[in-house]
Design a protein around this ligand. Sequence first.
Ligand code: SF4
Length: 348
Amino acid sequence: MDHSWQKELGNSLRSIADINLFFGTNLTIKAPNSFSALIPLPLAKKIQDLGPSSALWKQFIPQDIESEHFQESGSLDPIGDSDFKKTNCLIHRYHNRVLFLPTHSCPVHCRYCFRRNVIDTPKSLSKSEFELCLEYLKEHVEVEEIIFSGGDPLVLSDSKIQFYLEQFATLPNIKFIRFHTRTPVILPSRLNLSLASVLEKFQGRFHINLVLHINHASEIDQTLLENLRAFNRQGVELLSQTVLLNGVNTYPEDLALLFKTLSMNRIKPYYLHHPDRVSGGLHFYLPIEQGRKIYLKLRSMLSGWMIPQYVIDQPSGRGKLPIFNAENFEFSGKLLGLSGTKESHTES
Ligand code: SF4
């Protein structure tokens, strides 16, 4: 069995001191910022090669500005997860699908993360917590799709993933499985034969989607594309979601290159997310009007099928809303003037 991804994850920079030593920086970031650093060494080397002005550096190297912003506005739960939490590991926001959170661990700590307040809390999912989740799903037969999220579900071992899939396969109403993951981009070696064979066992039972989180073309390399091809060949559908981030990917040319590269490699650009107003990550935020201008430009640069839907998570916790049709909505820190017909629950 190939455990190289676990070794790579074990060899990570995990503190500001590690980062200062590796990159020769002099970061002094202090409490109250509580979101620790985590950068596996292969990614650290890539960041080092690309330098401080790169999209990778800005996404993963902690900045002193995080401490300052932590004191200001912004939320610890910007998309209202807690209002829809049904059990410790289950969020039921939309009628026919649930988010399943089997882990709070990730392969990297993205500095803009909207779940940064819960990431890396060490507790793993207990047997009794999972049983409560199964009980809930048995009672809610309207649920057809389970979205593995977290944290990042692909940091779980293959045997754990297989166990959860076996349990969900006992529920006749569950037809679709989705994995929301950043792991393949950070540790391409995670897409190994062993994981492929686990998913293959369930191909006849579920329709399986892998939704990759990719924000910039510099995150994609040949190893990732080759490994993804193997999963695509065995019938796993590949999608991607991107977060629009101030200072990282706000040039339309950068996003166009990303979406073209994904499309050429049979990965469907699915969502472009407006960033959330998360405490400690407000420096990544940009006005919605700026996002709309970027999206408008993208529409002139790309074929329609290469363009993801541009959405925002409503701060009320009421789900995703397409935000390109400017005339339909007014934005002033929160979304106003919603009517039943304009509201969209299109899921993450
Ligand atoms: S991998 Fe996803 S959940 Fe984890 S820190 Fe990054 S954005 Fe957050």
